[in-house]
Design a protein around this ligand. Structure first.
Ligand code: ACO
Length: 427
């Protein structure tokens, strides 16, 4: 039997090839649909549409599985460093120790920013949201590093990818320093990627900064958990922006803008704010009822996911990491207890069971980040920092694909049909 999918439209029957990936659902190749039938498909939110081929990340949302280049997120977060995962995402294989050293050295060499970029920061109000600063400053990188913006040149693509991964911690730390009125701290290339970021964020020139290894490891793990996540909204934004041939710095700035929203990367900030608002376990039932009320726009932030209809595997690692960090820092945060009880109550509630709503990666991350000392406004910035490697890996994959086309969805038009223009005086 043919493996084609048949479509009957009017009196005609059409046949479309079914393509199989290495794992996961098959896809119906409808590229010829419009030419053959004069019809488009209609799929708001792309709930049933595969927009590209990709060999980077695989998610089985029903089973709660997340693989990068075939390796499980649990194993990577337990055994790898963020640099190692970055190498894996970019190159497809785990590095040897010599390759990892070389890659880390290369990234380290790009951590400084062009000195003139500091003047950009001074143009922002002190109370600017750091994500607003990130969008602006990352977009501005294309004005400083135009020696690496020829996207048809693989060497340019590699250099700008390394620059973005390397400079993001410096940019993020400077956004924080600016908001608290402290001097910018230059990178120290003797430290690890994550240790360096901690020092640039929390260190001050007046005294030495000692990196706490537990905090360093926990933050590095958080970066691993956020490194890539298939064709999510911000990654699709990066791909769409890149499909027109825009330079990588502009594309990543577009991804940052998309990530900012509370339904995506902004959820970690919203989740912690929600937990603080709940405040004590006795108020949980009230908020659960609100989340279930169709007439109330309130949702449990950090709960639910477009793809995971099971526990988000990143949330499991995150919950374990919260315990480690709170114990190591001797922080007794009552909000953690609120989170644990909220999770338990929601997971036993028929509304959340029926709709398959489970905690996602953002539910616990805010508690750790807050214990480390980050203000809530920095949470999405940290997500952007870590996701940059995924964005550049996906962007590189797209540009290297010989079949790549500009992204151009179609629409179901519901506006007025052609009508006669009435001059202003006659209206
Ligand atoms: N609380 C209460 N109800 C929810 C929640 C929630 N957090 N999430 C979904 N629902 C309900 C919806 O009201 C809807 O109910 P209905 O079928 O009766 O209309 C149903 O579950 C399906 O929800 P949709 O919004 O249609 O699902 P979608 O896949 O479009 O949205 C999303 C997924 C945006 C993540 C959603 O679950 C949500 O808003 N969650 C809260 C925000 C959040 O945590 N975002 C982080 C996502 S992970 C990330 O970006 C890293």
């Amino acid at each position: 039997m043919s493996n084609d999918a048949r479509l009957i439209a009017g009196n005609e029957e059409y046949s479309y090839p079914v393509l199989s990936g290495s794992v996961g659902p098959d896809v119906i190749d409808i590229r010829k649909l419009y030419a053959q039938t004069g019809m488009f498909t209609y799929d708001p939110g792309f709930t049933s549409t595969a927009s590209c081929e990709s060999a980077l990340t695989y998610i089985d949302g029903d089973e709660g599985v997340l693989l990068h280049r075939g390796f499980s997120i649990e194993e990577l977060s337990e055994n790898s460093s963020f640099m190692e995962v970055s190498y894996l995402l970019l190159n497809g294989e785990l590095p040897s120790s010599a390759e990892l050293d070389e890659f880390s050295r290369t990234i380290t060499r790009h951590t400084m920013l062009h000195e003139q970029l500091a003047t950009f920061y001074r143009g922002f109000r002190r109370d600017a949201h750091p994500m607003a600063i990130m969008c602006g400053v990352v977009g501005a990188l294309s004005a400083f590093y135009h020696d690496s913006t020829d996207i048809s040149d693989p060497v340019h693509r590699k250099i700008s990818s390394h620059r973005l991964i390397a400079k993001m911690p410096t940019i993020a730390a400077m956004a924080y320093k600016y908001s608290v009125g402290q001097p910018f701290v230059y990178p120290d290339n003797s430290l690890s990627y994550t240790g360096n970021f901690l020092r640039m964020t929390f260190g001050v020139p007046a005294e030495p900064y000692v990196v706490n290894p537990v905090v360093e490891q926990a933050l590095d793990r958080i970066f691993i958990l956020h490194a890539d996540h298939e064709q999510n909204a911000s990654t699709s934004t990066v791909r769409l922006a890149g499909s027109s041939g825009a330079n990588p710095f502009a594309c990543i700035a577009a991804g940052i803008a998309c990530l900012w929203g509370p339904a995506h990367g902004g959820a970690n900030e919203a989740a912690l704010n929600m937990l603080k608002e709940i405040g004590t376990p006795d108020k949980i039932p009230h908020y659960i009822e609100r989340a279930k009320d169709k007439n109330d726009p309130f949702r449990l932030m950090g709960f639910g996911h477009r793809v995971y209809k099971n526990y988000d595997p990143r949330a499991t690692v995150m919950q374990k990491t919260v315990r480690e960090v709170l114990t190591a820092l001797k922080v007794n945060d009552p909000i953690f207890e609120v989170a644990l009880q909220l999770e338990e109550m929601a997971l036993n509630d028929p509304y959340f069971i029926e709709k398959k709503l489970f905690p996602n990666v953002d539910f616990y991350s805010g508690i750790i980040l807050s214990a480390i000392g980050f203000p809530t406004t920095m949470f999405t910035v940290l997500f952007a920092l870590a996701r940059t490697v995924g964005w550049v890996a996906q962007w590189n994959e797209m540009i290297s694909d010989p079949g790549q086309k500009i992204g151009r969805p179609r629409q179901l038009y519901t506006g007025p049909t052609a009508r006669e223009y009435v001059p202003l005086d006659n209206r």
